[in-house]
Write a new protein. Sequence first.
Length: 183
Amino acid sequence: MRILIVILIGCFNLLYGHVKAQNFNDNPIPFSTNQDQLTIWNGSEYLPFFIKGVDLGISVPGTFPGELAATRAQYGRWFRQIKDAGFNCIRLYTLHYPRFYEVLDSFNLANPHNPLFFFQGVWLNEYISGYSNDLFFMLDTFRVEIEENIDCLHGNRVIAPRFGKAFGNYTTDVSKWNIGYII
């Protein structure tokens, strides 16, 4: 099962990794597999990597999920607490505001030997006008959402304000900290 997941991540990166990605060919593939586990590139070889992760939502107590209210200070505090608890990965179910990725990048640059990696979830919006439980109807919209997420993680997207979803000027390339996408 793990091999299948890594293969799916690899196929996704091959299909969509070209989307405005900076320095795509300048770096080795940061994650791979050996015969039975995920591995991470350390600069000279791939070493076994065990994912110990937490799920990080986009809301804070007392707010609705669509308010996306987490602040820079909260993200910074949470990242330190996540690392102190022994975790090395965060799972995101949807795109966060640019401040999340900016703080994550700063945190990881300050902790180069012990960074915090993440899986980026791509949200499938089921509330599209005309949708009647036919996933093929949503294919074009979902493809745009996937490309948008990839561009944002590479620091190459500006998203106009929109209700209930993250938006802003994504200029920080956090792709090196991204283990994969959850579609």
